[in-house]
Design a protein. Structure first.
Length: 317
């Protein structure tokens, strides 16, 4: 009997680990953060957050709708639902009081999503130029330029970018192959390979700058994008995804570009937008960015063509 109890306990622990492992760490952190806000709302009004019920969740969504986008409300609903599942509780997120409430909020508030600004070619060049102008050690210049250029050139998510190891790189005559071991849309680690060709202009070429960075940093294994300690002493610690955002915003500011509406996603969306402007089809863009559906890519293409295919161009005024 004791042996059976021990086996069940082990199975229970393994099952919990499997449930946690089914989601990326960033996703689990987002669930916890969202649920914490829901819990605070419930505590303030004397309501139960776990287990909760559709009526309470609907009240919370209405509360959020005053200052949040419909996409935020949907994400919070997913988080609340997932925490319930992980804790062994059922929450009917398809209950009419939730579904109809969301539809009403969408009709009243609208659902247009204003994304962060993409890094375009003029932004990219301004950032690289301003990095070169800084009175800092070459080792930091080449690291920062490599992050920006590789992030843009490969249409990387920032988490993918900081996860690149030296072992993931393969330099070939045409440029470089970079293995992406895992991404937001590849939770099971099937991986993909991105190919970055050489640019004509070496100043803005991700391959040339990356080679110089690896040469000057003497990195031969492990993370390629690492932190500096005080001064210019390179550590073996991987950069955080937030570091990429702060670094990019810092150089945008130094270049005299308002950085408020730029984020870590701006490198990825910038690649997709510029590629679309240059005539790349959606399959080619998706092959690089790793998008699984055409919805977002078509939005980039549509926005990039807003003036190119504008009906007003046919008017002779």
């Amino acid at each position: 009997m004791n042996e059976l109890t021990t086996d069940l306990k082990s199975l229970h622990e393994a099952t919990l680990n499997n449930l946690k492992s089914s989601k990326a760490n960033n996703t689990l952190r987002a669930y916890k953060s969202d649920f914490k806000d829901f819990g605070a709302f419930c505590a303030k009004h004397g309501l139960n957050s776990l287990p909760s019920e559709p009526k309470i969740v609907s009240l919370y969504l209405t509360h959020l709708s005053k200052n949040s986008k419909i996409s935020t409300l949907r994400r919070r609903l997913v988080s609340i639902s997932m925490v319930h599942k992980l804790k062994g509780h059922y929450l009917d997120t398809k209950h009419p009081i939730i579904v109809e409430n969301l539809m009403g909020i969408k009709r009243v508030n609208g659902s247009i999503q204003k994304g962060k600004k993409p890094i375009l070619i003029n932004h990219l060049k301004s950032i690289i130029n301003v990095i070169d102008e800084q009175k800092i050690e070459d080792i930091k210049k080449y690291r920062d330029k490599s992050i920006i250029l590789v992030g843009f050139g490969g249409g990387f998510r920032r988490t993918e970018l900081i996860s690149i190891d030296y072992e993931d790189l393969e330099f070939v005559p045409e440029g470089i192959k970079i293995t992406v071991k895992r991404s937001k849309t590849d939770q099971f680690g099937e991986g993909m390979i991105k190919g970055l060709p050489y640019f004509t202009n070496e100043t803005y070429c991700p391959i040339i700058n990356l080679k110089k960075w690896l040469e000057i940093s003497r990195i031969k294994s492990g993370p390629i994008f690492r932190r500096f300690s005080k001064g210019s002493s390179l550590t073996d610690k991987r950069l955080t995804d937030q570091s990429v955002v702060l670094l990019m915003k810092e150089y945008l500011n130094l270049a005299g570009i308002e950085n408020k509406n730029f984020a870590g996603h701006s490198l990825r969306s910038g690649f997709a937008t510029v590629a679309a402007e240059s005539g790349a089809d959606e399959r080619s863009i998706m092959a690089m960015t790793g998008h699984k559906t055409t919805q977002m890519v078509r939005r980039y293409i549509r926005e990039s063509n807003i003036f190119k295919n504008n009906a007003l161009n046919k008017l002779k005024i």
